[in-house]
Design a protein around this ligand. Structure first.
Ligand code: TXA
Ligand code: MG
Length: 331
């Protein structure tokens, strides 16, 4: 199938939105931008449409999808027992990069919920995403990458992975955050953080008080967190002591990449390795927005080993993704 590409970076034309909405309503797949990463959307309430997502991505079918809604009112269509704490979180963070896990209504097919009694729901703030959902139906959408590859943060990444496998891709430019949404399980008491994102544990606790987390657990409750994820082909090695990186560089004969900050880039010899600077250590959002792109760039440059510095606390969204992508942590 030939994938149609719609450029909505500058203008969002009603005609184009309706064309893409029609593809969805007829059971097809459309990749679309969100403020976190690009999503691969299908009609969340239609089993056969949703199954196509798993096929296109090569994703294990026990890994449930997030339902993206186009306004808060659509939450009651797919979820039940919405408690006061959930309502408070939604009021504060929606539309935005927060996914809540709630008990599902029967209308949600097993293909969407991965056979679970619960369902993940998010109301994205990206204008294109909102308009596409409003013109069609709630969208089941995982990140629009081939399973195991880094999530796509710009149209070209989606094209690389899914061209000719899906009906359309909407180009909305680069994603603001570049890391997937925070996931919180509201069916647990206290609620449990399943995946860290730009909405932090502290921001959530400010609204609803104490929560638990299982992000470092060996048996994570979000099925997707157990897979080796988010990784480039190159081996990533996290190095706590920056000075050691230059020692490792002397020893290795393979093509090496360095992941660093604006503050530290001066320490590396760019003639000897591929240096990618994510941004200032004081701007974690900017750094996060460039992480997955850097993974793809290292692969394009044929880098075999990437040494990465530590960028903040272990439980931050960026370190969570880096730890998942890396095979080795050196102190
Ligand atoms: O930012 C995002 O959330 C992006 C954009 C496209 O919205 N989407 C995304 O989807 O990251 P995906 O499929 O790559 O990740 C969804 C995660 C998986 O780890 C999955 O296991 C978990 O959510 N999940 C979905 N439903 C769940 C449920 N009922 N209980 C526990 N975890 C669930
Ligand atoms: Mg994903």
């Amino acid at each position: 199938m030939e994938t149609k590409i719609f450029d909505m970076k500058k203008n969002i034309l009603d005609d184009d939105i309706f064309f893409c909405a029609k593809i969805i309503k007829e059971g097809g797949l459309v990749a679309f931008p969100t403020e976190t990463v690009y999503g691969l959307g299908a009609n969340a309430l239609c089993e056969t449409s949703v199954k196509k997502i798993y096929e296109a991505k090569g994703r294990p079918s026990d890994n449930p999808l997030i339902i993206h809604i186009g306004d808060v009112g659509q939450l009651d269509l797919v979820a039940k027992n919405v408690c006061d704490k959930t309502k408070a979180l939604i009021k504060k963070f929606w539309p935005g990069a927060l996914t809540v896990i709630l008990y599902k209504k029967d209308i949600v097919p097993n293909a969407t919920s991965g056979g679970l009694k619960t369902v993940a729901v998010r109301f994205p703030s990206n204008e294109i995403a909102k308009r596409l959902i409003k013109a069609s139906v709630p969208l089941a959408a995982p990140s629009a990458n081939t399973s195991g590859k880094p999530s796509p943060t710009q149209m070209g990444h989606v094209k690389e992975d899914l061209e000719n496998k899906i009906e359309a891709i909407i180009d909305g430019g680069s994603c603001n955050f570049g890391l997937e949404s925070t996931i919180i399980d509201m069916t647990e008491n206290p609620p449990k953080l399943l995946r860290p994102g730009t909405i932090t544990r502290e921001m959530i606790e400010d609204i609803i008080g104490h929560i638990e987390t299982d992000i470092n657990s060996k048996k994570p409750k979000a099925p997707g967190m157990k897979y080796k994820h988010y990784s480039p082909n190159a081996t990533i090695i996290l190095v706590k002591n920056r000075e050691k990186i230059n020692e490792y560089l002397k020893e290795t004969t393979e093509k090496v990449g360095i992941l660093t900050t604006t503050e530290n880039e001066k320490y590396y010899n760019k003639n000897k390795c591929e240096v990618i600077t994510l941004g200032s250590i004081d701007n974690p959002i900017e750094m996060g927005s460039k992480l997955y792109k850097s993974f793809r760039e290292f692969d394009e440059k044929g880098v075999k080993v990437v040494y990465s510095e530590y960028f903040g606390s272990d439980d931050s969204a960026i370190m969570n993704r880096l730890k998942k992508a890396s095979s080795k942590i050196n102190t």
